[in-house]
Design a protein around this ligand. Structure first.
Ligand SMILES: Nc1nc2c(c(=O)[nH]1)N[C@H]1C(S)=C(S)[C@@H](COP(=O)(O)O)O[C@H]1N2
Ligand SMILES: [Mo]
Length: 307
């Protein structure tokens, strides 16, 4: 089953029927959501422009406790269960997001400026390259809406994102575990895809520090390491950059990192995954269940070579 986000009416901001549709969507969610620790809210998203059809995975929502208690965030620690505590030390406000590079209008946005953009709640599957997965109700803004504010030049073909560097507050950054800042990148068409979001919240509330507050990328069809946390800088580039995980281990972590059960990690199979909070494995899906939305982006790419 798939649902469409409500379409705005040309003459009015929120029509009765849009409101009713959204409310019934949320009602349908209620049982599973409450179990998972998620209380959906009605947002300003009733005024968002029509989105794409998003596959509905709401029936298998991950318990909030699991999604916020088992994390990857190397700036703090490689101990997944310590991050929830350690990340409390990060100063989240004031925070700015700078957009620069191959753009007509370089711009620095604060969190209030971002709040003026259309914010939606969306439930996405999420698959870490290590073999665990979750289903999370995110709140966020389409990355496309943010990038458009800077007017990319025709020379822009890639988008690089960088996390904050703050070794005073991020104790993992005091050692060269990775090449700081943590950087990730997408092709411009991937960055502008309507599924690609900058999350500002999850489970109906603000984003917890351990999950990447105040701003983190969410690209649901790619392995989790692409979904960079604590983003401070977005650069539009003409050439493909080398990402943090490529620098760390190019043979294991490619630039594309599309979820693909047919391409094993050099050290393990990617055929199956363990949902957080469960013990039974389930099959991993091509493009993590978003093939219909994104497969066309890779028609001319050999996904076994460009993993
Ligand atoms: N800045 C930064 N972003 C990051 C990471 C990180 O170590 N640092 N880890 C990545 C990995 S490997 C995963 S699986 C996800 C985990 O997100 P979660 O903790 O919200 O589940 O964040 C990604 N984003
Ligand atoms: Mo990951």
């Amino acid at each position: 089953m798939a649902f469409e986000f409500p379409e705005p009416q040309p003459s009015e901001i929120t029509s009765e029927s849009d409101f009713a549709r959204r409310r019934s969507l949320i009602k349908g969610l209620a049982g599973a959501a409450v179990m998972a620790g998620y209380s959906p809210s009605l947002l300003a998203s009733d005024t968002c422009p029509p989105g794409i059809t998003i596959p509905d995975y709401s029936a298998s929502l991950t318990p909030k406790k699991s999604a916020t208690g088992y994390n990857n965030y190397y700036e703090f620690s490689t101990d997944k269960e310590a991050i929830r505590i350690l990340a409390k030390s990060l100063t989240l406000s004031p925070w700015t997001l700078r957009i620069s590079g191959e753009v007509e209008n370089p711009i620095t946005l604060d969190l209030d400026a971002l709040k003026k953009l259309c914010t939606e709640e969306r439930i996405y599957r999420f698959r870490c390259v290590e073999g665990w997965s979750m289903v999370v109700p995110w709140r966020g803004i389409m990355l496309a809406d943010i990038i458009k504010l800077a007017n990319p030049l025709s020379s822009a073909r890639f988008v690089r994102m960088s996390s904050i560097v703050n070794p005073k507050e991020m104790i993992g950054q005091r050692r060269p575990v990775l090449d700081w800042p943590y950087q990730e990148a997408l092709r411009l068409d991937e960055a502008m895809h309507p599924l690609t979001m900058i999350a500002t919240g999850m489970y109906g509330g603000d984003l917890p520090p351990q999950n990447g507050a105040p701003l983190r990328l969410v690209v649901p069809w790619k392995y989790g390491f692409k979904s960079i946390k604590a983003v401070q800088h977005i650069e539009l580039l003409s050439d493909q950059p080398v990402t943090t995980w490529q620098k760390a281990a190019a043979k294991e972590y490619g630039f594309y990192a599309n979820v693909n059960p047919d391409v094993p990690h050099p050290r393990w199979s990617q055929r199956r995954e363990v949902p957080l909070g469960e013990s039974r494995k389930q099959p991993t899906l091509m493009f993590n269940g978003y093939a219909e939305q994104v497969a066309h982006l890779y028609r001319n790419l050999d996904m076994t070579k460009h993993f």
